[in-house]
Design a protein around this ligand. Sequence first.
Ligand SMILES: [Zn+2]
Length: 385
Amino acid sequence: MSSLTRHLVAAIVAATLLFPPHVSPSPARLALVSEIRHWTSREYTRVVIDLEGEARYEANFLGADPVRNLPPRIFIDIQGADLRDEIVRHPREVHNGLLTRVRAGRFRAGVVRVVIDLERESGYRVFDLSDPSRIIVDIDGGSPGTGQGSPIPEPSGKIVVMLDPGHGGKDPGATGPTGLKEKDVVLTIGRMVREKLSRFPDFEVGMTRDTDVFIPLEERTAIANKAGADIFVSLHINASRDRKARGISTYVLSRASDREALELAARENGVTVQKLSEVKFIIDDLSTYGRKKESLKLAKTVNDAIVRNISSRHGPVHDLGLKQAPFYVLVGARMTAVLVETSFISNRSEESRLRSQEYLETIADSVVEAIRYYGENGALARAGM
Ligand SMILES: [Zn+2]
């Protein structure tokens, strides 16, 4: 292993921790590895190992072994687990220049080993999400020399924007007092933003979903990474047990800036606050992987634009400002990434605003304005990024 690679592996190697130590799965009830999924592009692969039940795991890296003719590989041992035979029989073939395949088997009784055969040594990180349990491996072939951790997409001449309307399908998100659903509102806003932003030739706009369909959080990030997006904007509507709560806030990935932010992220992640508190130690590491400074800049620009335009077109609005929280959908994003919580659907008067097409147009106009300002003022600094 070259010293550069060793450094890279040491720097990027993930937490091999998983489920907290006090979770000891009963030996009688093995967690089943039910599926292995992946998304891939030339410089990036995300592998997701789906588990039915919780288990401990450990991830390790092995350099190439020329004597035994073995490639460099990442292996993950999952304790107290079994797997479907179909997965043993059919390794996932990838062959994208980063890795050849993902294979799995019963390493010994009660231990499943998942092996990722690499085509070349690359940075990688491993983390886990819960409810449902899954282990995620991001393999990054992007330019390690920049020290940025953020790879440079192919220069297409366009700024690629990935819009992510939250929730969808079986997941309605938050619901208002008169039944308005977050998933429908954010889809409408997303379509409006795409329509408006696509008029500008500098921008290429994609959406993680443009129908009422459920997409797991880790897949949304993978879609943006795979597309080589420069900007990722996840669209949400806030909610609170306190029916008086109202206002606009915009988030970047980090530890929670306050209790409300933690509770919000837990709800958006579909996990308990307790579960989310247990994983926060990996978030500092993961958030530095993305473009945090750039994300803060964009988040402030988006938030200011929404607040300014709503107050001039629709009347007073509460500015909750720029915040930070461990949103799963932002974890592993390789680009400038923000999450907007635009109004409270749980607040009667804000829910009624969200039913108005003009109000949603205002939000969409503001997101477009902010992305254009950010993109065109060199904040993206394509030349030097
Ligand atoms: Zn949401």
